[in-house]
Design a protein around this ligand. Sequence first.
Ligand code: MTE
Ligand code: MO
Length: 323
Amino acid sequence: MLIKHPSDIRSSEITDQKLYANRREFIMAAGAAAGAALLSGANRVLHAAGQPAPHGRKLDGVIKSPFSAAVGDEKVNTWEQITTYNNFYEFGTEKESPSMYAKALKTEPWRVRVDGECAKPGDYHIDDILKGQTLEERVYRLRCVEAWSMVVPWIGFPLSNFVKRVEPTAKAKFIEFNTLADPSQMVGVRSPVLRWPYTEALRLDEAMHPLAILAVGLYGEEMPKQDGAPIRLIVPWKYGFKSAKSIVRIRFTERQPLNSWQESQPSEYGFYSNVNPAVDHPRWTQATERRIGEFFRRKTLMFNGYADQVASLYSGMDLKRNY
Ligand SMILES: Nc1nc2c(c(=O)[nH]1)N[C@H]1C(S)=C(S)[C@@H](COP(=O)(O)O)O[C@H]1N2
Ligand SMILES: [Mo]
């Protein structure tokens, strides 16, 4: 995320609405678009190694959730887009890297350690975590802090169900998530681009919100490795980096944890990281976004379009200060 990708620069230049103000400038814009098309063609050749995930096991008993985003004019992104354009720094910093290297991730057996301020700590096997949960398909917008976005048909269950089960104590105010950090399976962990293990956290009331889910699949199948198999967090009203992948530890704390991104660049990545078109990233605008697969930029929506459901969590808070 620290690296500005040529594709991002390009799309912001060619879709700047001001360029269309008069005919002369429109012609200039058309020229830029042609150049961009050539560039993206070259990119495709350079990154030909990016491979869509192989299809996995079908998940049974999945119901459609009423919490899905009303997609309307928004198309759900394709399997290929969702599994070749990823952020998963444990497998490298290029968008195609996870699709190339995540094959090495061993997802069975998988346990999640639960500890800290809760009455039922322990090592929970993934089958045990899933026992008794109804899996739901939730079509959510994913908005990356890098100003691109996707629409993904996740499959999962409310995070709150699992939190209730492990009984946080009265002292628990935050919940922290850690990703596996095994350099023998994850080539990216050999480079110090972030502090490993990848660490993200939520306030406990955010974690209890019905929109926050633990996801175990997408498009009706078990989670592709590049998307965070076998279990990951999805918090749709926050920038994508809050949604930690391949979770091996969940910890309840009294104090606010320090997230990996916040630690690496505190001026750029705060604790809350709510999607907010009014608060720019220091190096680029958050007012618009490029939906993967689309040409024109879209306006970014407050809380990524989930304001009606989540705004009350932040009433009375200054969201410019608490970015
Ligand atoms: N462990 C881990 N989780 C992570 C990341 C990462 O680098 N490592 N990247 C985050 C970012 S920046 C985004 S935008 C989303 C991307 O999810 P996707 O690749 O499934 O679209 O995953 C998030 N979760
Ligand atoms: Mo992101």
